[in-house]
Write a protein that binds this ligand. Structure first.
Ligand SMILES: [Zn+2]
Length: 220
C-alpha cells in the first residue's frame, strides 16, 4: 500500500515491498497465547487476558510477517478496516470443518482446524466457516492456535451441551504439545466474553454475563 516507511526493520521492509494490489489479499490474522514474542510494536488486539490476535501478512514463502503499528499507520486504511480485510482474506485458507451432535441436547457442534495456515482466527468469521447465520454468536473453546471446538448459540439447549464441549476440548488438548489455556468464550463478531468456565469438586460450571442472559431470554 502507498506509504512512506522510514523503518529499517527487515519485516517492515519486506511488507512495504509487497505491491498494494497484492497486499490486501495476503493479510491474515493469527491467534496466539498472550506474551508470544512478535517483535517490536506489533499490530495486535488483546481480546482476552490470555490470548492475542495479531494482524499479519502471509509472505511469499507462506511465512508469517507480523504487521507493525507504525507500518500500518502509513497506510491510508483505518485499523478496523484492516482487521475486516484480513478476516475476508483469511477465508481463502483451507479449513477442516467437522459437524456433529454433542450429548443428547439438540445442539449442533463443530470441530474446526486449519489445513496449513493456522485456523484459530476463523472463530471471528464462524458464520462463514460453518455456513450458518450466527446472530447470537457461538460458544468457542480454542484448543491450539490452529484448532477449536464450537457450539452455535441457537437455543437454551446449547448451554446443556457446554460441559460436553469442554470435555471434548480437554480430550483434544491432552494429545497436543501446544494447547492453549482452556477458556469457554462467547464470541459474537469481534466481541469476546470469557464465561469463566471451570471444574470445581467434579462439577462443571460457568458464568452467564448480563448480555448473554438477555440473549438467552429471547431464545427457545
Ligand atoms: Zn518497522
Amino acid at each position: 500500500m502507498v506509504g512512506e516507511l522510514l523503518c529499517a526493520d527487515p519485516v517492515c521492509r519486506t511488507i512495504a515491498g509487497i505491491p498494494t494490489s497484492v497486499l490486501r489479499s495476503r493479510l491474515r490474522i493469527v491467534v496466539q497465547p498472550a506474551g508470544t514474542p512478535m517483535g517490536q510494536d506489533p499490530f495486535v488486539a488483546a481480546f482476552h487476558p490470555d490470548l492475542v490476535a495479531a494482524l499479519v501478512v502471509k509472505g511469499q514463502r507462506d511465512e508469517t510477517l507480523v504487521v507493525t503499528r507504525h507500518l500500518a499507520g502509513t497506510w491510508p486504511v483505518p485499523p478496523a478496516r484492516l482487521w475486516d480485510d484480513a478476516l475476508d482474506a483469511l477465508g481463502v485458507e483451507p479449513l477442516n470443518v467437522q459437524g456433529f451432535q454433542l450429548s443428547t441436547a439438540n445442539a449442533p457442534a463443530y470441530a474446526i482446524n486449519g489445513q496449513g495456515w493456522p485456523g484459530a482466527a476463523h472463530m471471528f468469521r464462524l458464520d462463514r466457516a460453518i455456513g450458518r447465520p450466527l446472530p447470537h454468536g457461538a460458544l468457542v473453546v480454542l484448543t491450539t492456535d490452529n484448532a477449536f471446538v464450537t457450539l452455535p448459540l441457537e437455543s437454551n439447549a446449547t448451554l446443556r451441551a457446554t460441559a460436553a464441549l469442554w470435555e471434548l476440548n480437554g480430550a483434544l488438548a491432552r494429545d497436543t504439545p501446544r494447547a492453549l489455556p482452556a477458556r469457554l468464550l462467547w464470541v459474537r463478531g469481534w466481541t469476546v466474553h470469557d464465561l469463566g468456565a471451570g471444574v470445581a469438586d467434579g462439577k462443571f460450571s460457568f458464568d452467564l454475563p448480563q448480555d448473554l442472559r438477555a440473549v438467552l431470554a429471547a431464545l427457545p
